[in-house]
Design a protein around this ligand. Sequence first.
Ligand code: DX5
Ligand code: ZN
Length: 232
Amino acid sequence: MFFLIFTAMKHLVAPSLLAADFTRLAEELSLVNESQADWLHLDVMDGHFVPNITFGPMVIEAVNRLCSKPLDVHLMIREPEKYIEQFREAGADVITVHYEACTHLHRVIQQIKDTGAVAGVSINPHTSVHLLEDILEEVGLVLLMSVNPGFGGQKFIYNTLSKIQRLRDRLTIRNLSARIEVDGGIGLHNAEKVLQAGADVLVAGSAIFKADDPKDTIRRFKEIGGEIRKFA
Ligand code: DX5
Ligand code: ZN
């Protein structure tokens, strides 16, 4: 007998610290703590995989001491396998590496899982979701980039919507439970479309931290789109 069980799951919202005011980091983090945010998204950039440099395990370790939300660490770095344990020790709950940055992606995903963190894989806007077919059952999260990674405040690339749909279809057909996270250029104006296409987790940097009332903006992100259906 074949049973399909549907559960209603509310989407998650992950503010991206990249757009925060780093001179007031403690205040920004207490705002996140008091908000309805589900995760805190942390963008690690190395100046090689992407043309920008941000922060590493030391800063994440400090953030972890002040932040009560799970830390969603997005590694935009080459050779991420060298640093997985360090990021886990710093407090990462979810560790996502880029498909384009890993020669031995399967091995890196196992390495992340061995630390006890949720393993995620990310693809750039030009990378097809078909290329993830043989890693999907190993990951807890797929992060679809909806801008070219490296900077906050860019425009959402609308082709991402069909990628979300294609990935959602594949996960449904294969009865896999990986979450779909979408990152880049997301605001209150397009979040509903992203959720309708099949996303589970919305990352938003500028739209939250540059807003007049970031906490209320997070609340509004949570209220968008109602509930999505997902296999259990
Ligand atoms: C871009 C980062 C994003 C970025 C999103 O490379 O991965 O997480 O912070 O910023 P916004 O929401 O401003 O596009
Ligand atoms: Zn990110």
